[in-house]
Design a protein around this ligand. Sequence first.
Ligand code: NAD
Ligand code: DAU
Length: 333
Amino acid sequence: MEKILVTGGAGFIGSNFIRYMLQEHPYHIINLDALTYCGNLENLRGVEDEPRYTFVRGSITDRKLVDGIIKDVDAVINFAAESHVDRSIEDPEIFIRTNILGTQTLLEASRKHGVERFIQISTDEVYGSAEKGYFTEETPLAPNSPYSASKASADLMVRAYHRTYGLPVNITRCSNNYGPYQFPEKLIPLMITNALENKPLPVYGDGMNVRDWIHVLDHCRAVDLVLHRGRVGEVYNIGGNSERRNIEIVELIVRELGKDESLIRFVEDRPGHDRRYAIDASKIRNELGWKPLYSFEEGIRETIRWYIDNRDWWENIKSGEYLRYYERMYGGR
Ligand code: NAD
Ligand code: DAU
């Protein structure tokens, strides 16, 4: 393998992944990213000068562009997506276009040009809510939001391209990531940056919903292993075994930043809000020898420190397009 296409590489996980891969491997990486509201080339500061890195601005739904890029690559790793559940509830259509049609556009070009591996970066949300027990790769898909329904649809299309055309694919389903460069609409960066600005911290419902947190670099290492050693056609769950209630996380952030708990506001719940996600990652642990290196306590402290040290990064975001969205979402709360 020499050339890899990473889509959505200007986003949170994609940018961490590109940095990680350039460090770990000799590959040339092409980053195809549309630079939507959350795609940010600042996430790749320092990487632009690397001769083994090429950035292409464009959409994964652009058939001609995608075909022209994929004809020269050996593997495709598809991170590009509309990724925020609340936005999918507000306006689902773009989720269908990007997450389903975009994935199918990549699959079609990959089939035509015979790529060695196609990795679909999916999510544990496709399994729905885990009232008890853990999601395994055999858990039936039961997505509850337009976002997770679009991701599940993409997964089924990836599966179909493997079964029908023999495309060598893998699907990874990871739990909630946290770490540097996460867009401040997601729980952890939203709470850290709001707390730093002494703004209210909006907790949905009773704050008892559970997410299974993983550091973004542990996710990147897992995708790297699947790319090189994953069995063709297999799904791999990835999770950090760090279940936390939302309110516990918000309280921890408040404490770490020395702020007052009076900033916490319980607000109207998210419609269709999944109660709990919990990943059984024993398949990737046993087959590929992966395990998370970060403990949640260590990772969250390091992440809080990153947001303190990189105030310019998130202040620029919060003063731009994001602000209009933020007003619409939280204006009345
Ligand atoms: P993100 O929203 O930070 O980044 C998404 C990136 O995709 C952005 O750079 C954006 O510009 C780009 N993009 C959007 N539409 C595009 C299009 N049509 N063509 C090309 N690029 C486009 O998302 P993230 O949190 O980094 O998530 C990356 C992937 O990982 C997504 O597929 C998401 O479903 C999946 N995932 C995320 C998490 C998580 O906790 N964040 C967990 C599991 C899986
Ligand atoms: O599980 C993986 C998924 O994790 C990814 O597929 C998604 O792309 C990613 O956005 C994330 O989805 P969640 O909906 O779990 O993440 P979010 O950060 O939006 O919310 C985490 C929890 O915090 C959820 O229970 C809702 C709650 N929440 C969120 C926000 C933004 C709040 O209580 N208040 C908030 O303001």
